[in-house]
Design a protein around this ligand. Structure first.
Ligand code: ACO
Length: 502
């Protein structure tokens, strides 16, 4: 359990800075991808097997980027019991833009008013699905810097991922993740090994500011994603090797206990793990190839840049890495397959899914690689080391327990037909940036504790209200004066969610 001192009381530099708590929010409604296949006239299996998606979360006109972020931040603060006065930095990563010059972070400052805390650094960061990672890096850098004032940082990543009708539509989704950042974290950002790759490309962007939909070159975006993955992994591996003693084995998938990816769709993630195996294969000394990669020697002459769509290479390394995928990556795909691409929160939804699939004891000391990709493009691979203490009162145990309700919450969502989903998309299209406007979507269908849009006035100013959350209202006040956080038992929170649903 972290205990903070004010900056004047502190001695020494903050240690083990990283992620202390994670809260995930996804919409309460979803469309089934199998039903969507037949509704769209796609061949059976294209979305479910070809893309690897089972369900897609979506929002009615009651939710926008401000409401998603209000919901997830409120839930993080309630679940952890951290007071708003104990936050010194708030960073938002999003590519869902509504007020353009006015940040989502400024809207979230409404939540800090009762605590009288306006001394909160940080602002929004945007580059497609990468903004959450830029926000996390900023937050960690702040805690590790001379600017740190001893308080926590919070990172919020949220997006509504919607596409026009056509092949990209089943790769949508929506959601938000909030992360508490500070020292003595159970998920520690490893130092000096981050590998980034950034360049100029028009694979996916949003030049039409009157529309929620991106302009997307699907095939190019996949090539960009895979080339960024290669570049980040090579840099990450080189820096990792440089930071080890000479006798340690070089960085390969064998040195990683889990590999978590930004997930536009789950099949691409499986191909990405295979791609890392292909990178390892190409980096393996010639005399070791036959023993480590039997039957794959024929691919030795292949080059990374020629093989983004080489089906022989793809198939061979997907076969080779099947067991690695099951062990190191598949557990991270729970939210990705059931909610879809959440854009900026996607890779952190992967982290939450991975943690939820494990006990704290099993996670101790593990090394997790994270790959974040945002079109345009910006990409980083970094690693988290999980702390050693898995005792019942450890921050690792609290973190894992707090995510134990993910599956129950996913299962408590409402399934809607593809035709209702399509009508909802049309409604969002026709009312996006309309003013004045009063949303018509049902409030009753929203999860308890969800913030929702009540009105947009003639000056485009947005007003929000919140559905009540029994457990929070029944036990005020949350430990608002303490700098120690005590996570609420997730089972009681999820029980409230379900009782409100039914
Ligand atoms: N049964 C099983 N598999 C099928 C079937 C079927 N009936 N029909 C097609 N498939 C397979 C295809 O073989 C293909 O698999 P493969 O690539 O392993 O060969 C897969 O399903 C997809 O089919 P495609 O014809 O390639 O799909 P299409 O080109 O229509 O659309 C795309 C896919 C490009 C990903 C589109 O959904 C898109 O543009 N999405 C948004 C962009 C995106 O997500 N980019 C990724 C990185 S950028 C980001 O995160 C936003």
């Amino acid at each position: 359990m972290p205990s903070f001192k004010s900056s004047s009381e502190r001695t020494g530099w903050p240690q083990d800075v990283g992620i202390i708590a994670i809260e995930v929010y996804f919409p309460s409604q979803f469309v089934d991808q199998k039903e969507l296949e037949s509704f769209d006239g796609a061949s059976q299996g294209k979305y479910t097997i070809g893309l690897g998606q089972t369900k897609m979360g979506f929002c009615s006109d009651r939710e926008d980027i401000n409401s998603l972020c209000l919901t997830v931040l409120s839930r993080l603060m309630e679940r952890t019991g951290v007071g708003y006065e104990n936050i010194g930095r708030l960073e938002v990563g999003t590519e869902t833009i509504i007020d353009k010059s006015k940040s989502v972070k400024s809207c979230l400052m409404q939540l800090f008013e009762d605590a009288g805390n306006s001394d909160v650094e940080g602002i929004d960061t945007t580059n497609a699905c990468y903004g959450g990672t830029a926000a996390l890096i900023n937050a960690i850098n702040w805690v590790e810097s001379s600017s740190w004032d001893g308080r926590y940082a919070v990172v919020v990543a949220g997006d509504i991922a919607v596409y026009a009708t056509g092949p990209a539509r089943p790769t949508g989704g929506a959601g938000a993740v909030a992360m508490l950042v500070g020292p003595h974290a159970p998920l520690i950002m490893e130092k000096g090994v981050r590998g980034s790759h950034m360049c100029h490309v028009y694979d996916f962007y949003k030049p039409d500011l009157s529309s929620e939909y991106p302009t997307v070159d699907g095939k190019l975006s996949i090539q960009c994603y895979l080339s960024a993955l290669d570049a980040c992994y090579q840099t990450f591996s080189r820096k990792s090797d440089a930071s080890k003693n000479a006798s340690s084995p070089p960085m390969t998938l064998d040195q990683l206990d889990a590999v978590i990816f930004h997930s536009p769709f789950c099949k691409l993630v499986q191909k990405s793990l295979a791609r890392l195996a292909f990178n390892d294969f190409l980096n393996t000394p010639a005399d070791k190839v036959a023993s480590k990669y039997p039957g794959l020697e024929a691919f030795r002459e292949k080059k990374l840049e020629d093989t983004y769509f080489d089906k022989d290479v793809e198939r061979a390394f997907m076969d080779y890495s099947q067991a690695l995928f099951q062990a190191k990556t598949k557990p991270s795909l729970l939210l990705a397959t059931q909610v879809g691409n959440m854009y900026t929160p996607s890779v952190y939804g992967g982290l939450a899914s991975f943690l939820a699939s494990n006990s704290a004891r099993n996670l101790v000391g593990k090394k997790v690689a994270m790959f974040s990709y945002g079109s345009g493009l910006a990409a980083t691979m970094f690693s988290l080391r999980i702390s050693e203490d898995a005792g019942p009162d450890s921050s690792l145990s609290h973190l894992v327990t707090s995510l134990a309700d993910l599956t129950v919450r996913l299962d408590s969502r409402t399934r809607v037909s593809p035709s209702v989903f399509a009508e909802t998309m049309k409604l969002r299209e026709s009312t996006h940036h309309k003013a004045p406007y009063t949303p018509v979507g049902s409030i009753d269908v929203l999860f308890p504790g969800t913030w929702y849009l009540t009105h947009v006035d003639e000056k485009y100013r947005r007003q929000y209200e919140r559905r009540p959350l029994i457990s929070v209202h029944a036990t005020p006040p949350i430990a608002s004066t303490s700098t120690n956080y005590a996570l609420k038992d997730s089972s009681s929170v999820s029980a409230d969610l379900i009782s409100h649903q039914t």
